[in-house]
Design a protein around this ligand. Structure first.
Ligand code: MIG
Length: 804
């Protein structure tokens, strides 16, 4: 190891004013030693481990004095079991580890580590050897990695940072923070996702810095030629994830950290929330308001005021004297009830949750064994140590009464953890950390994720085989295995609408697909126009919930009068029509690791200009959305990726690869459908499952090249899909000047109860003379003025041909 090099003195000083004492750098690697999929290098004192995880994923770890920490990660519970082939070779200049996809180079002169693809194109290279600095107060090290930053390199990911979509030129921090009414560029926020994607020279790679301590990222901010990441503790440990496409990187990140389980179908509907709907009668009035206004809604939320003095797992006897009856009545009216839960447990010996937690020593303690106490909503509180598996099991079981009362979902708030005054816990709080021990410095960023994990696992147990619904504010990489996420306390402003659009796309490429913003803005007052534009965007958020603070005016979809109510209804109805499409995109996420929202750069990363587009995104891979983000906007520019698109509203066909100008009167948000798509549609219902589905509509958009679409179907509420009780249908559409062919194939064991499809053919370049379904001629039931054609046939069809 060598001592600090003056040249790099200015780089990467730990934040928060801690002055570096001495930085130490790796020296020269003198030999390589292989043990299974691991290769160890040493400079005589420090050791570096290179682990071949898969052909595309390589993990690097550093142990300053040769002793690695025990292998444990909340983000990666288990490394993927993959068959890997690699070779280790050596020449005068370097050691080289090569898989069929990537080379990892360890330079002999200075221990620089770099990665290249099969064409020896370098994708990621150290600019400085990995380095560290002793932490004299807590032990361990501040750890640093600095790589080169290319002139045209772009950066994406890191969760929900409140800044431009492309992170080039930014310096950001991960430390979960309750950021009420956050502003543009405020950092850090509620979640920590230490994963980023780089795109340079049309090649993407990812870096997943699996370190739970306060972590920092610099994307060419301090020095335009360098990208750095560092943390205030833990191990320097990162996964290099090879592309070459952004989609490959995201899928491989999901391979490490998992995907969302399938949600209950109702969770994809519209949800109504407010701090707070109480008393009970108010909840009933709101629910009835939806039915009276014929605006679909599946979920209604109870914020903290449902509790007795904010004590978790209790009900206010005054406001909710008979919650079981209320929830049953709501359920009979098609509403699922979701309740909030906070981590702070009121210090009160007459309160059973506190008493039990205290007796069993489940609450967090300071290093000198005092309890961690802080003030939150209930007053003086103590906090369960969710990093202890026994505490998680206890917490999970506490939900038995709520489940018995009929609660269908749980909202996990304040789990950064947030404490009034001090912000969060002091650093010296101790955590069990699943047996691996740590101070709050190490556990802070995973605390919220472990809380919602305890909640999810508990609900899953209590609800027998039903899918629980959970939502969380705080999280760390991998939180998607347990919960959906909302972006926290935003503001009713146009700037926040824009920001929300970016945040959701960013969450989606960072592993968190099931996400949404508080529609309308949490604090402040939207006017009817802003609320409606937000509903329009929210129609295409994987999670769709309106929420508002208690000191604001009424905020239901009908609160602004006409024309807003009708437009809000039209879009929420569209949400419901497209539920089978969203559900299928969810399945593609769950099973294959595709994000649900896909930013434009994911469609055409080769175009540098797309690295800076942040308004448009696709919902799944077939529907392109461009929200209207300015007040009074009469029209807006939309960039369409290459290929043919249909304007959803006019059915006009447009060639992509360029910007188009789209009129945006208040009742229109630009929506385009990719040619060749099959978009499944359900009839509008006031809530999912309101009516038996008699037929599924298939909207087919003619194309003269072949396009695949998917439709996923199952019971929508159990885990039977884990036993292959589902149906994954694949449609292939292909046309020419005289014929359109639609083929269907299926996988899985589920049988839907409806009999047939109602086809609607859009954009046919000829008038159909006949339709042949599985060899038999069938009739067209409707030839419409807009040159669309409709007919019906069995859901089990194999091939349909439409002839000129
Ligand atoms: O200190 O439960 O982000 O959605 O309505 C505020 C009351 C606590 C913050 C959440 C917000 C919720 C509110 N909570």
């Amino acid at each position: 190891m060598i001592l600090e090099d003056e040249e790099f003195h200015h780089l990467n000083n730990p934040a928060d004013g801690i002055k570096p004492i001495v930085k130490k750098y790796l020296g020269t690697p003198n030999h390589a030693e292989q043990a299974g999929n691991k290769i160890f290098f040493t400079d005589g004192d420090a050791r570096v481990e290179v682990l071949i995880v898969t052909n595309e994923i390589i993990r690097v770890r550093l142990a300053p004095h040769s002793v690695f920490l025990e292998e444990f990660s909340y983000a990666v519970p288990e490394l993927p079991h993959a068959h890997v082939e690699f070779t280790l070779s050596e020449n005068e200049l370097e050691f080289r580890v090569s898989t069929p996809a990537v080379n990892c180079h360890i330079r002999k002169q200075d221990f620089f580590i770099s990665f290249s693809d099969k064409d020896d194109h370098v994708t990621s290279a150290d600019a400085v050897p990995m380095h560290w600095e002793e932490n004299t107060q807590f032990g361990g090290y501040y750890v640093y990695c600095t790589k080169t930053c290319e002139q045209q390199e772009s950066f994406f990911g890191l969760g929900d940072k409140a800044t431009e979509f492309n992170l080039r030129g930014k310096r950001l921090k991960n430390w979960n923070t309750d950021a009420y009414s956050f502003g543009f560029n405020q950092d850090p926020l509620y979640r920590s996702i230490p994963f980023y994607i780089s795109v340079s020279d049309n090649i993407a790679h990812g870096i997943f810095f699996d370190n739970t301590f306060k972590a920092h990222f610099d994307f060419g901010s301090e020095d335009a030629t360098k990208t750095s990441f560092w943390a205030d503790g833990g191990e320097l440990q990162y996964y290099y994830i090879h592309g070459p496409h952004m989609m490959d990187v995201v899928k491989n990140y999901h391979l490490l950290t998992g995907t969302h389980p399938m949600p209950p179908l109702w969770a994809l509907g519209y949800h109504q929330c407010r701090w707070s709907y109480y008393p009970e009668n108010k909840v009933r009035v709101i629910a009835n308001g939806f039915r009276k206004n014929q605006i679909p809604c599946d979920g209604i939320y109870l914020d903290i005021d449902y509790m007795d003095g904010y004590r978790c797992f209790t009900w206010s006897p005054k406001y909710f004297p008979n919650p079981k009856k209320m929830i049953a009545d709501l359920a009979a009216n098609g509403f699922k009830t979701v309740v909030i839960i906070d981590p702070g447990i009121r210090v009160d010996d007459n309160y059973s949750v506190f008493k039990e937690g205290k007796e069993k020593k489940y609450f967090c303690r300071r290093c000198d064994d005092y309890f961690m106490e802080g003030h939150v909503w209930p007053g003086r509180c103590q906090f369960p140590d969710f990093t202890n598996p026994e505490v998680r099991a206890w917490w999970g079981d506490l939900f038995d009464e709520l489940v018995e009362t009929g609660v269908a979902g749980v909202w996990n708030d304040m789990n950064e953890p947030a404490v009034f005054g001090s912000g969060t816990f002091p650093d010296d709080v101790r955590h069990q950390y699943d047996g691996y021990r740590g101070s709050h410095r190490k556990a802070h960023n995973v605390y919220g994720m472990q809380m919602v994990r305890a909640t999810y696992e508990g609900l899953r147990k209590q609800m027998k085989n039903k899918r629980p619904f959970t939502i969380t504010r705080a999280g760390y990489s991998g939180v998607q295995r347990y919960s959906s996420v909302w972006t926290g306390d935003n503001v009713a402003s146009w700037e926040h609408l824009k920001l929300g659009n970016i945040q959701l796309q960013r969450l989606s490429v960072s592993g968190i697909s099931f996400c949404g913003t508080d529609i309308g803005g949490f604090s402040g007052e939207p006017d009817g126009e802003l609320f409606t534009r937000w509903i329009q965007m929210g129609t295409f958020s994987p999670f769709m919930r309106a929420h508002s603070a208690g000191d604001t005016k009424e905020r239901e979809p009908w609160s602004f009068g006409e024309p807003y109510t009708s437009i809000n209804r039209k879009f929420i109805e569209l949400r419901y029509r497209l539920i089978p499409y969203l559900y299928s995109a969810f399945w593609e996420h769950h099973r294959y690791g595709f994000p649900i929202l896909r930013p434009l750069v994911m469609h055409e990363q080769e175009e540098i200009s797309n690295h800076f587009r942040q308004d448009e995104f696709t919902y799944g891979d077939k529907i392109l959305i461009c929200p209207v983000l300015e007040p009074g906007q009469k029209s807006r520019k939309v960039y369409l990726p290459k290929g043919t698109w249909y304007d959803f509203w006019t059915l006009e066909m447009v060639e992509g690869g360029k910007e188009v100008v789209v009129p945006t009167p208040l009742d229109i948000m630009p929506i385009f459908i990719k040619a060749g798509s099959v978009i499944p549609e359900y009839p509008v219902m006031q809530y999912t499952g309101e009516k038996e589905i008699e037929e599924v509509k298939l909207n087919i958009y003619y194309s003269d090249y072949e396009v695949n679409s998917f439709l996923f179907e199952d019971y929508g509420e159990t885990f039977a899909y884990e036993q292959d009780i589902y149906l994954e249908k694949k449609f292939v559409v292909n046309g020419d000047a005289a014929k359109l062919t639609i083929k269907q194939s299926m996988e899985g064991l589920y049988t839907p109860r409806y009999e047939g499809y109602h086809f609607k053919i859009n954009g046919l370049p000829f008038k159909p003379a006949k339709v042949v379904a599985d060899g038999k001629e069938i009739g067209i039931i409707s030839s419409n003025p807009d040159k669309t054609y409709e007919f019906k046939f069995s859901k089990n069809f194999k091939q349909i041909e439409i002839f000129k």
